[in-house]
Design a protein. Structure first.
Length: 320
């Protein structure tokens, strides 16, 4: 069991480091990430499994002997799940992991039997729809890349975050609002929402929400480990939300300064990828909850641009 645990930390770290290194080569190219879901349940894969599956697909795409677009559909299943659909699997599976707790009976200090809960990571192999025979991959409507995306607009509105128009993107914790350049200034709708949801991820760190120390304690000092970690979590949180909304996310060029520190920290601490992915998943879970509350509320509220006067905006600390 210990060997598997070490392996999955290594695999997950290599996966995220590989994607960060790829992003650093060209900041105009989108993240090589796809929304992945299970073929049986239809539920999306979460947390660190997002990195594991996307990196597996990325490695397959670099293999000159592999002609299939593995992982492009975003549909995965275990060998047994594909078998139950009368499909035949061909190829190597991707490793994913799930956290579980099992009980073991031990004796306490008085010699009486007692049950002890032991946390552990379990690993499984899954195969993409491109690796099976007998399954018809559904077609996806990509839409117009220059149009606003209704689901992304509605989802953002469901958080009740305050948005103001400005010449650059940022989040100001002290005044609790997000600044964004006009939609028309972006190369595509996907690039606009990539930036918007990165800033929304920062917004969730406010003391009245998820209370992340990178927002509440750093006071905008960009030369601290906490600030760099907050940028990593915001990048992953924004990416995860974009994936769920069907948006092709682009890495933030402003994070180029942090990429080497991220890579160094990830390689030094193999648990960091799990911690960062867990914190990023909390962002998605939190904004999902806000949207559920918004949808169930009989009184809907409208997204509007809140224009804040220049003197008020001059001094606050902001997060890019």
């Amino acid at each position: 069991m210990a060997k598997n645990k070490l392996n999955i930390y290594d695999v997950a770290t290599n996966a995220l480091c590989g994607m960060l290194e790829e992003a650093g080569k060209d900041w105009k190219k989108p993240w090589r990430y796809t929304r992945h879901q299970n073929v049986a349940s239809g539920k999306p894969y979460r947390g660190v499994n997002i990195h594991l599956l996307n990196y597996h697909a990325h490695v397959a795409s670099e293999d000159p002997n592999e002609t299939r677009a593995i992982g492009q559909s975003g549909i995965w299943g275990t060998f047994k799940q594909w078998q139950s659909l009368d499909c035949r699997v061909n190829g190597q599976g991707a490793i994913i992991t799930f956290f579980s707790i099992f009980e073991k009976e031990e004796k306490d200090e008085n010699g009486k039997p007692t049950k002890v809960k032991i946390p552990t990571w379990r690993t499984y192999k899954v195969f993409s729809a491109e690796q099976v025979d007998g399954y018809d991959i559904p077609e996806v409507d990509i839409g117009n890349p220059d149009d606003r995306i209704d689901i992304a607009e509605t989802y953002f509105q469901g958080t009740n975050a305050i948005l103001t128009q400005d010449d650059h993107a940022y989040y100001v914790p002290s005044l609790d609002y997000i600044g964004m350049p006009p939609f028309e200034t972006f190369d595509s709708s996907d690039s606009y929402y990539s930036v918007l949801y990165h800033e929304l991820a920062h917004w969730t760190g406010h003391k009245d929400r998820l209370d992340r120390s990178g927002i509440t304690k750093t006071k905008g000092n960009r030369y601290t480990n906490e600030y760099a970690y907050e940028e990593l979590v915001a990048e992953l949180g924004g990416l995860f939300n974009c994936l769920n909304l069907g948006i092709t996310s682009t890495p933030q060029e402003s994070n180029a300064t942090y990429i080497n520190s991220w890579l160094s920290a990830l390689k030094d601490n193999k648990r960091l990828v799990f911690t960062a992915s867990k914190d990023a998943q909390k962002i998605v879970d939190y904004t999902n909850k806000l949207n559920e509350e918004y949808q169930s509320d009989s009184e809907s509220y409208n997204l509007s641009l809140i224009h804040i006067s220049e003197p008020t905006r001059r001094t606050p600390i902001s997060y890019a």
